[in-house]
Design a protein around this ligand. Structure first.
Ligand code: NCD
Ligand code: ZN
Length: 365
């Protein structure tokens, strides 16, 4: 069985890190996508337009010019509106990303400079972003309540729906992207308020494929640990239904987030993030196939959300074949560090069977 895509896939949310890690992981995305939204929670973060340019040039030095990174700034409590605007007008960065600040460090990777989500609507950059049409990408979780008390992790996304609703009311034209949706509550919010120009969302492969039982099956599974945490089966199914319904405001953002094995496979502490970049197109295709919705896959991968970002989709011919394969190796980084890619296991019998593979790609440049 074959399926052909008419547009080149676009990655709406990916972590490339810096240095040797970028060298190890970026080529996997660049092989499948013509561009991608590169997350700014690097160490150090992308805090200024000049940081973004330097990072963009480094990425292109690895991927080559056929991959176009979409550069994003890290919005902190002290980011100045003038700086945001200056970088946008000069084409140095194209969107801002906001992370929720966590209580006592119990949040996502490098989010210590994030914002208290309950105060986001008062950030002085928002009116200017609305005015200039610059997208705000939101990690939609509320980690601390109004009394400063840590929230239950499984409720954090649900609690952020009120924040999104309030933002929508206060800034009617602000371009908002709710990243990596996981909960039934956010899926319902998107069904109601989703709009291809002003209110979009992304969804990862792991949240379409797994629920929290998988995270805890036979013990804690560190390689399925990511932020937001996996939810109930009902939530997974709500996102499978919304994603494969053809909704034009839902797009493919893997949130592929590499961490060396020593940061994930350890007794105390587990870095959040799943590395799926090597299998982006195969995994999403598998979900759409399982949902008998392959007719909507092309838009999901290569069209949805592009106009929101101010981009034009790119025509291509990509032939996908239903031909099972397994990932048979770890990804070497440097100095002995390795990333365990989704689906790899030392025991060949335990490896995940990817159902679809990319047969050929030809893309208009
Ligand atoms: C991401 C990372 O490791 O940078 N981790 C994750 O679990 N998703 C950060 C993020 O997007 O929250
Ligand atoms: Zn992310």
């Amino acid at each position: 069985m074959q399926h052909t895509l008419k547009h080149a896939p676009y990655e709406r949310h990916v972590h490339f890190r810096r240095g040797n890690m970028t060298k190890a992981v970026a080529p996997y995305t660049a092989r499948q996508c013509w561009g991608g939204v590169i997350m700014p929670n690097t160490a150090p973060h992308i805090l200024t337009p000049e940081d973004a340019v330097e990072y963009r040039d480094f990425i292109i030095s690895i991927t080559g010019k056929n991959f176009t990174p979409f550069m994003v700034g890290y919005l902190t409590a002290v980011t100045s509106p003038e700086e945001v605007k200056r970088g946008y007008k000069a084409g140095l960065w194209s969107a801002m990303k906001v992370y929720p600040r966590a209580a006592g460090g119990h949040g996502t990777t490098n989010a210590e400079d994030g914002i208290n989500m309950l105060e986001l609507a008062n950030h002085p950059a928002l009116p200017i972003m609305q005015e200039i049409g610059m997208p705000l990408l939101i990690h939609p979780e509320v980690n601390v309540d109004k009394n400063g008390v840590e929230t239950d992790e499984f409720d954090r996304e649900k609690l952020c729906v009120a924040v999104l609703r309030n933002l929508r009311r206060r800034f009617k034209r602000l371009k908002i992207s709710a990243e990596h949706g996981t909960s039934v509550e956010l899926a319902k919010f998107m069904e109601r308020y989703g709009d291809p120009e002003t209110m979009v969302c992304t969804v990862t492969t792991q949240h379409l494929m797994h629920d929290r039982n998988d995270l805890l099956r036979g013990g804690f599974q560190p390689h399925l640990r990511c932020y937001p945490i996996m939810k109930r089966r009902e939530s997974r199914d709500a996102w499978r239904a919304l994603t494969t319904s053809g909704a034009p405001f839902v797009g493919a953002g893997t949130d592929s987030a590499p961490h060396p094995t020593h940061a994930k496979e350890r007794a105390r502490g587990c870095a959040g993030g799943v590395f799926t970049a090597h299998a982006m197109v195969p995994l999403y295709t598998q979900v759409f196939d399982e949902m008998n919705s392959l007719e909507y896959l092309d838009n999901f991968l290569g069209v949805n959300g592009l106009s929101f970002l101010g981009l034009e989709p790119k025509l291509a011919e990509i032939v996908l074949t239903k031909q099972p394969w397994t990932m048979d190796k770890m990804i070497p980084v440097a100095h002995g560090d390795k990333v365990r890619p989704y689906g790899f296991h030392e025991d060949p019998d335990e490896r995940f069977q990817f159902q679809w593979s990319i047969d050929s790609i030809s893309c208009d440049q």
